[in-house]
Every structure is written in C-alpha cells, then in structure tokens.
Ligand binder design. Structure first.
Ligand SMILES: Cc1ncc(COP(=O)(O)O)c(C=O)c1O
Length: 383
C-alpha cells in the first residue's frame, strides 16, 4: 500500500530509519563490548522485533507483560531483563521462569521474593541485581523524569546498603538519564563509582546496567566517549556492562499521520481539528510537555499561514501546538507528525471513545504494510 493511501490516524514505523539506528547501536556494542537491550516501555511494536533482534542483545521489561511479549516475539536466544519497583506475589514465579536477569528496587523486595528467585539462581538460570540511586541529578526542570530527584523511590541509596551485598546478588543497575548526551552519563558514572565502588571491587558483582535515557543515535552524541567509558568499566572491574535505551532505538523512526477534519475560527489563531489527539495518541506532548515536529511546518511567523493544531476530543487543553505553513490548510489535508514511534503506541488510550491509530510499517522498498487495525471492540473490551 502507498503511504498516501493509509487510513488516518495511523502510526507509521519507518523501517529504514529504524535500521539506521540499529546499525549505530550494533557498532557501539561491537566496539565497546557493552550489551544493548531494547527498553520495551518506549517501543513495543513487536512486528519489528525480528529486525531489532538481529542487532541487539535482548530486551528489558517493566514487568511480567512486557517480559512475556519479549519471550514470545523477540527470539528465544535473546536476553530478557526485568525491573519493577515492586513485583506481585502472583506474578513472581512466572517472571522468574521467563527472565534471565531480574532487578529489585529494594532490599525488602529482594528478600520478600527470595524463596522463588533463589531456586532459579542456584540452577544458573537467573541472575539477580539491585537498582541503586547515585543521587546525582543531571536534569533540570524535568522532575517527573528524574529518578535522582529528592525523595525518589527509584533505587537504593548507598547509605541504605549494607557493607556486603546480600547473598546471591550479582548485579547493580542505575537509571537516571532522560534524552541526554554522553557527558551526563560520564558524570553520573563517576558519582556512582565514588559511592558504590566497594561493591564493584568485592568480586561479587558480575554485571552493571547503566539504564536508559542515552540518546546514542543522535548525530551529536559522543559515541567514542561512551565506547571508552564502557571499556574502562569492563577493564577496571571485570563486569559485563549493559545499556538499556528505549528512545535511541526508534528515534525519528516513525510518524503519526492525521487528517484535518475541520477548521474553527477563534479570537486567536484558527484551530485545525485533527483526527488525532495529544491526550489519546501522543500523551507525552501534554505530560512532558513538548511540541512535536511536524513535516513541512515552522514556528508561528516562520511561514505565511499560522494555525493551532488540536483534536476532536472534548478536552479544551488537547492542543498539540502552534505551527505555520507555506500554503493555506484545507479540510481533508493530511499532516505528518514526526518522531512518533517512541512513547506513543505504548501510551495511547481511548478517552472519549477515540479510536486507536492503526499501526503500519513503511518498508525499505517504499511499500506500507498495515500490521494492526483497531476499532470499536478495542475500546469496549477495556471497559
Ligand atoms: C529503568 C529504565 N530503563 C530504561 C528506560 C528507557 O529510557 P529511554 O527510553 O529514555 O532511553 C527507562 C525509561 O523510563 C527506565 O525507567
């Protein structure tokens, strides 16, 4: 099917752009010796897993459901890591059966579930680690995405760890970054090393996971810096090093295509009513908040015709942003939001009974394949 014939709204995953990111990540993997995992919380469009699994070591999951998806779709030889702030008693056995690496957020969770995970560790089928908090913030103005913010529940502080790690703990994990370059990682690692080095030197630790939030596939990212840091960690402490980016894997590798349904006059900019919604189909736009890139558009004033882009939902604040265009927009025009593969499909919802956008894959040969279509039943089944 041709891109222009797709029914809107539709997320379109761009396979060649995804591949370009994967090639960069594989190169970092090969040159540094790090193992790179897909953080499924950012991108779980599993139709692309056969492609992704050719390049990456495995996946990381936020709990049982993502872990099951990885187990079923990513390939049997890949690694499955799971971290959750608290695992439920009902799910722990199944998580342990699927995972090969499990990360606990507290000593009480570790001990609470010990009788289950320890059996798997004893048979070498599972390796268990602890998430720590280096207490080193590198983000400003984004407390919602800062696990090192004061009062954070994410990760154990150095002060709360015993001198010797609990028996059978083999790994340490930290995740503190969000959409960042190499320098904040370097500074964070130094803060981590300062506080937790005794554990790395103890000989008990076999792996260290540096979490996600690394924008490795951005042009500006200092990949040589990352490669050198990973080599330093491996050579100094003789541990396996993991990175678990989500965004970097599918950065700029997807679109959300929408149609203009109406144009409403207001006392300010005319408003385009679209068949998509920030609240339903790109919730990060409101949560973060940010103004998503839109193909062939500019800021207000850059181009002749300015509009506010909004939605057909009832939420007054369901506003995507203000944009300008060279040509006047007409009802029925199609607009293309860019960088819409990450934290979009995984976070959407059917508020107002809005239909979920279909999911299509733009193949390298230019053809589009619709891999998922949604309708009324998908709305009803959740209620
Ligand atoms: C523990 C953990 N690992 C990895 C990630 C992936 O981060 P990103 O998609 O920003 O690379 C997240 C994101 O919140 C996370 O919480």
């Amino acid at each position: 099917m041709d891109f222009n014939e797709l029914k809107t709204p539709v997320y379109v995953i761009d396979e060649s752009k995804l591949k370009k990111n994967l090639e960069i990540l594989k190169d970092v993997q090969d040159k540094s010796g790090a193992k790179i995992l897909l953080a499924q919380k950012a991108f779980s469009a599993y139709h692309t897993y056969p492609l992704i699994s050719k390049y990456l070591t495995g996946t990381t999951s936020s709990g049982l459901f993502e872990a099951k998806l990885a187990y079923e779709e990513f390939g049997k030889d890949s690694e499955i890591h799971v971290f959750e702030p608290a695992f439920s008693d009902d799910e722990m056995q199944e998580v342990c059966d699927i995972a090969d690496h499990l990360v606990f957020n507290s000593l009480s969770q570790l001990e609470h579930h010990r009788s289950i995970w320890e059996k798997k560790v004893t048979t070498n089928k599972l390796s268990v680690g602890l998430r720590v908090n280096p207490e080193f913030s590198t983000q400003e103005g984004h407390e919602i995405y800062d696990p090192c913010a004061p009062g954070s529940r994410l990760g154990i502080r150095a002060i709360d760890l015993p001198d010797k790690l609990p028996s059978k703990v083999e790994g340490l994990h930290f995740h503190t970054l969000c959409e960042q370059g190499f320098e904040p990682l370097y500074d964070t690692f130094k803060a981590f090393e300062n506080k937790f080095e005794k554990y790395l030197k103890s000989g008990d630790i076999k792996w260290l996971n540096l979490g996600g939030g690394h924008h490795i596939t951005r042009d500006y990212y200092d990949r040589d810096g990352l490669i050198n840091l990973v080599k330093y960690i491996k050579d100094t402490y003789m541990v396996e090093v993991y990175l678990e980016p989500g965004e970097a894997i599918a950065l700029d590798a997807g679109y959300l295509v929408t149609t203009v349904m109406d144009i409403v006059k207001t006392d300010r900019l005319p408003v385009l009513i679209l068949d998509t919604s920030a609240a339903c189909h790109m919730p990060d736009v409101l949560e973060m908040p940010y103004r998503p890139p839109l193909k062939d558009s500019g800021e207000i004033g850059d181009k002749k015709y300015g509009y506010r882009l909004s939605s057909r939902t009832c939420l007054a604040g369901d506003i995507i942003g203000d944009y300008s265009f060279d040509e006047e927009i007409k009802i029925g025009d199609r607009l293309i939001f860019e960088d819409m593969a990450i934290y979009s499909m995984v976070k959407n919802n059917t508020f107002n009974g809005m239909a979920l956008p279909d999911i299509a894959v733009l193949k390298e040969n230019g053809n589009c394949e619709v891999v998922k279509s949604f309708g009324y039943e998908d709305f009803k089944m959740r209620l």
